[in-house]
Design a protein around this ligand. Structure first.
Ligand SMILES: Cc1cc2nc3c(=O)[nH]c(=O)nc-3n(C[C@H](O)[C@H](O)[C@H](O)COP(=O)(O)OP(=O)(O)OC[C@H]3O[C@@H](n4cnc5c(N)ncnc54)[C@H](O)[C@@H]3O)c2cc1C
Ligand code: FES
Length: 276
């Protein structure tokens, strides 16, 4: 079973896991994800590949603790094993020389955008990285992201960095001042929706990495159904990258809430059992 090489808390509520997975490390590309099960009683959850090391044969994911499975993952230690770690899944992000590309991320999207920013830079683009954190102490991977960016902005509500505005507002200002050829946005659904709104009037292609609920991750169960340009798509096999101007956001917001009650019960039952 795949072994945890490293698990550490990066900032409050955000953890990194580096896992031994040589086959995945050899094949994975920017924008792809894995499905992991923290234990044999848990559910399969998708996490974006934040980094990988082919020589070491390891894959790194970063996750926010939001419910039962992510809580369980945050308690794993070096040397522990997980029963399921499959990937790479999903389509590879489109990387080519577009010109000037804004790579924008919030919460887990800060790590998820890293391989894309790195590949965009390598392809010869000017990379403007734009990150969103609620407070300055929630920023992680700053050095890694600065190293692959021509310009680097962080928006934090506590005014510690360049600005205080929510990222889509910063994006609106950037596209007013400079010719931007492409935007890639990863993070919570609201951030991706508002970022797409920010570029719509200028017609700048805005790619979002959708995060609907997923189960099998192979296009069989239908859990991750989204509507894009009026057509049914499965985010796990047709995405997760889609054109943000064509996504049916209302449907996505509604479907993401489908299991809200079950998620809350699951977490409280597990907490009662684990921390009696
Ligand atoms: C392709 C893909 C890549 C992802 N990459 C990452 C990543 O790199 N890091 C990371 O932290 N998370 C990522 N997510 C989200 C992650 O899968 C969920 O946070 C996780 O499944 C929650 O499991 P849980 O049991 O801890 O919480 P649950 O009990 O299932 O849910 C708790 C709360 O989290 C919300 N939630 C549930 N599923 C999702 C979801 N798919 N996306 C966002 N919120 C959700 C619920 O609405 C609920 O409010 C990704 C999702 C997808 C589809
Ligand atoms: S997760 Fe089952 S079809 Fe996508």
């Amino acid at each position: 079973m795949p072994k945890i090489l490293q698990r550490k808390r990066l900032v409050p509520n955000v953890h990194l896991i580096e896992i031994e997975a040589p086959e995945i490390a050899r094949k994975c590309k920017p924008g792809q994800f894995v499905i992991i099960m923290p234990d044999e009683f848990g559910e399969r959850i998708p996490l974006t590949i934040g980094d990988w090391d082919e020589d070491k044969g390891s894959v790194t994911v970063v996750f926010i603790v939001v419910g039962t499975s992510t809580h369980k993952l945050s308690l794993l230690e070096e040397g522990d094993e997980v029963p399921v770690f499959v990937g790479p899944l999903g389509k590879v992000s489109k990387i080519e020389k577009f010109g000037t590309v804004v790579c924008s991320g919030g919460c887990f999207g800060i790590s998820a955008i890293y391989p894309i920013a790195r590949a965009m830079k390598k392809a010869g683009n000017k990379v403007i990285t734009l990150l969103d954190v609620k407070a300055n102490y929630l920023l992680y991977w700053e050095e890694k992201l600065r190293a692959v960016s021509d310009e680097f902005f962080v928006s934090a509500r506590d005014d510690f960095f360049n600005c205080k505005d929510y990222v889509p507002d910063v994006l609106k200002n950037i596209v007013k001042k400079e010719k931007i050829d492409r935007v890639v946005s990863i993070g919570c659904t609201y951030l991706m929706y508002t970022s797409s709104q920010a570029t719509r009037s200028k017609g700048i292609k805005t790619i979002v990495s959708l995060n609907p609920i997923m189960v099998d991750g192979t296009g069989m169960c239908g859990a991750c159904r989204v509507t894009v340009d009026g057509k049914t798509k499965f985010a796990c096999v047709d995405g997760p990258d889609f054109d943000g101007h064509l996504v049916d956001w209302e449907e996505l917001f509604a479907r993401r809430k489908s299991y809200f009650d079950e998620e809350i019960h699951s977490l409280s039952d597990w907490e009662k059992k684990t921390f009696p």
